[in-house]
Design a protein around this ligand. Structure first.
Ligand SMILES: Nc1ncnc2c1ncn2[C@@H]1O[C@H](COP(=O)(O)OP(=O)(O)OP(=O)(O)O)[C@@H](O)[C@H]1O
Ligand SMILES: [Mg+2]
Length: 240
């Protein structure tokens, strides 16, 4: 709940579930307000990617639910959630390496029946290097450029919510800063952003809300600033 009492724009509430064996998500709740950036951090194997998959409908919850704009979408397939305005960039295999940059972006627009060329121009103005490389196979690009393709592909549906699982994985600090700046740009256009980040400190610096997830449960929740200054969060999860 916000101070106004309005429900969050996107919420995965009391999520419990996994991949058929033991539960991976043990009741965690993740929420993000419209136009804000929320960040999930936590140790390897905490269930961060699983939580993202659950919110996108790639994982059936045993209990708990997901609501978008007040609507219960718990039972919707991922494709139906895309139609509702969600876009998801998975942690791995998030581009088609043998396809060109432009073909990757076209794939992102596969659900659209209207003219998506203005959206492609927007993606190219956000990531100018992709326009230069639009005829090149995505697999030939640098790691940071491939992540731009993945984010750009997700933007092709003009989503209202963008889910990003470790968008800065494996990139240099400079490229990471640039990607975060572009993610801020996207959020400023009104897109709600929920992302998982390994670069916890830098991600929390741009986060309106942060979640520390441990063993599928909420360990700490607060504004990005609150988590960055919390002594326990600092010593345990941010390296002091
Ligand atoms: N497809 C799968 N089938 C079975 N178990 C899985 C699957 N994917 C992940 N797991 C298990 O679920 C747990 C949580 O994994 P998850 O990928 O959600 O963690 P994470 O917090 O994203 O970790 P990382 O920081 O390494 O990305 C782990 O124990 C993992 O082995
Ligand atoms: Mg993960």
């Amino acid at each position: 709940m916000t101070s106004t009492g309005a429900p969050p724009f996107l919420i995965g509430e009391a999520m419990v579930g996994g991949y058929g064996g033991a539960d991976i998500l043990n009741g965690c709740t993740i929420a993000v307000e419209k136009g804000e950036i929320a960040v999930i951090v936590g140790p390897n194997g905490a269930g961060k990617s699983t939580a993202m998959k659950a919110m996108f409908g790639m994982l059936d919850l045993r209990t708990g639910g997901v609501r978008l704009g007040g609507e219960d979408i718990t039972r919707l397939r991922p494709q139906e959630r895309v139609a509702k305005g969600m876009a998801f960039v998975p942690q791995t295999e998030n581009v088609f390496p043998s396809m060109t940059v432009e073909e990757n972006l076209e794939m992102g627009a596969f659900l659209r029946r209207d003219d998506f060329s203005p959206t492609m121009e927007q993606v190219y103005s956000l990531f100018p290097v992709l326009k230069d490389k639009r005829r090149q196979p995505a697999g030939e690009l640098s790691g940071g450029q491939r992540q731009q393709v993945a984010v750009g592909r997700a933007l092709m549906t003009e989503p209202s919510v963008l889910l990003l699982d470790e968008p800065t994985a494996g990139v240099s600090p400079i490229v990471m800063d640039e990607l975060f700046d572009r993610i801020i740009d996207v959020a400023r256009t009104g897109v709600t952003v929920l992302m998982v980040e390994q670069n916890a400190r830098q991600a929390l610096e741009i986060a309106d809300r942060g979640y520390v997830l441990v063993q599928g449960a909420n360990r700490f929740t607060g504004s990005g600033k609150e988590l960055l200054t919390d002594p326990e969060v600092r010593s345990t999860f941010l390296g002091g």
